[in-house]
Design a protein around this ligand. Structure first.
Ligand SMILES: NC(=O)c1ccc[n+]([C@@H]2O[C@H](COP(=O)([O-])OP(=O)(O)OC[C@H]3O[C@@H](n4cnc5c(N)ncnc54)[C@H](OP(=O)(O)O)[C@@H]3O)[C@@H](O)[C@H]2O)c1
Length: 373
């Protein structure tokens, strides 16, 4: 006999299986609970273009789906996308009740899936475990609601917030566990971005190395370099790396300095300028959204991370902190830029999560600015 809480536990386990593969689609798990209480069908969404969780679970349940309760973490879709609408499949299977955590904000569904079920006489319940479901699908839900990619700032720092020493040494501030966790974050997102300063200092490749990501989207490695200080020979622009390398800049599209980048197959985004010669980050995110990028991991440095935060474009901040005290006036900080003049104006992290990681720790939270909704 499966109660609703146990059914949801299984739903979340199933949805987790799609953590590294469903983008640009959400992570969804579904179970079919027969009237006697037994789970007779299970499914999860694995990849965009493939069957949705509900359809997989219904197929396993077969005729046992008639009169059953279907439990899932997201409202069933009401639109024909890469696959037919799940609300229709649930009605056709004759289920009696559908329970899910959150509505799907995609305007093509947004309550219409629930309405489809109700008007066909299927009972619905929305809301259990909604916080857990929000966290599970944060990149998808935030990006659909905001109409731009979910932006995740990440850094590795000393306890006093330094991301490199005064002489520029940054490898490796944190231990193996933290680095592995940071690599896992790379697998979860559709694109990774750094500023010109980081490319000049560290020459990072920005590749995924854990081999977990199976999404249909190419991995994008992005450099923001307003004045073009970085050369095309840097590792991040290697044509041999999987995915695509992008350069976001404010220089003229016809600037001949862009030719070596084009020759290496780098995609150039010449973007409007906001403020003091800065690439307008809202325009950059709009360009990424056009290419189905749901989530962007910003890996520094401090100047770039502050740019996203200050523009109110950062949705999550995760810091890995090692038990080190680096100090140094000239040592770069996790966040630099102009900073906040007054304590009362500083953003605070909501939903703060703390975890021990090796000899250090990881924190993660949602930055909320005073007065923001
Ligand atoms: N431990 C870690 O997690 C970590 C991660 C990354 C970096 N780091 C360290 O951080 C240091 C570099 O940080 P940083 O703050 O100096 O540099 P950064 O943030 O990597 O790069 C800043 C530069 O990028 C360009 N840029 C950023 N946002 C822009 C925008 N909106 N429009 C146009 N250009 C933009 C600007 O170049 P222009 O000034 O030319 O316009 C800016 O000066 C290095 O020491 C590196 O080792 C550590």
């Amino acid at each position: 006999m499966t109660d609703l809480a146990a059914a949801f536990e299984r739903v979340f386990e199933l949805a987790e299986k799609g953590r590294y593969s469903t983008s640009p689609n959400p992570r969804v798990g579904a179970v079919v609970v027969a009237s006697g209480g037994a789970i007779v069908g299970e499914g999860w969404h694995d990849q965009a273009g493939g069957p949705h969780a509900e359809v997989v679970a219904l197929a396993e349940a077969g005729s046992r789906a008639r009169g059953a309760t279907v439990v899932l973490n997201l409202e069933p879709c009401a639109h024909e996308g890469r696959t037919p609408p799940c609300a229709g499949s649930l009605v056709d299977a004759g289920v009696a009740r559908v329970v899910f955590c959150t509505l799907d904000p995609d305007p093509r569904t947004a309550g219409k899936g629930r309405e489809w079920l109700r008007s066909a006489g299927v009972a619905t319940q929305t809301g259990p475990f909604s916080e857990r479901a929000e966290r599970l699908n944060e990149p998808f839900l935030v990006s659909v609601r905001r109409g731009r990619p979910f932006v995740h700032l990440k850094w590795a720092a000393s306890l006093d917030g330094k991301i490199a020493s005064a002489t520029g040494e940054s490898r490796w501030i944190t231990g193996e566990e933290a680095r592995a966790d940071g690599m896992r974050l790379r697998e979860e997102c559709d694109a990774i971005l750094v500023g010109a300063g980081t490319v000049l200092a560290d020459d990072p490749a920005l590749t995924r190395r854990a081999g977990l990501n199976r999404s249909i989207l190419p991995h994008r490695r992005i450099v923001v370099d307003g004045r073009l200080r970085v050369g095309a020979g840097r590792r991040v622009f290697s044509p041999d790396a999987p995915g695509e390398a992008w350069l976001a800049t404010a220089v003229e599209e016809k600037d001949p300095r862009l030719d070596p980048f084009r020759e290496r197959g780098v995609r150039i985004l010449t973007l409007p300028i906001a403020g003091s010669n800065r690439v307008d980050l809202t325009s950059l995110l709009a360009e990424l959204a056009l290419r189905e990028v749901r989530s962007l991991l910003v890996e520094g440095g401090g100047e770039t991370a502050w740019g996203f935060l200050e523009a109110r474009l950062a949705d999550r901040v995760t810091g890995f902190h090692a038990p080190l005290l680096l100090g140094g006036r000239d040592a770069p900080s996790a966040l630099s830029g102009a900073g906040c003049a007054d304590l009362a104006d500083a953003p605070r992290l909501e939903g703060l999560e703390l975890a021990s990681l090796g000899d250090g720790y990881r924190f993660s939270g949602r930055p909320c600015w005073p007065g923001a909704a």
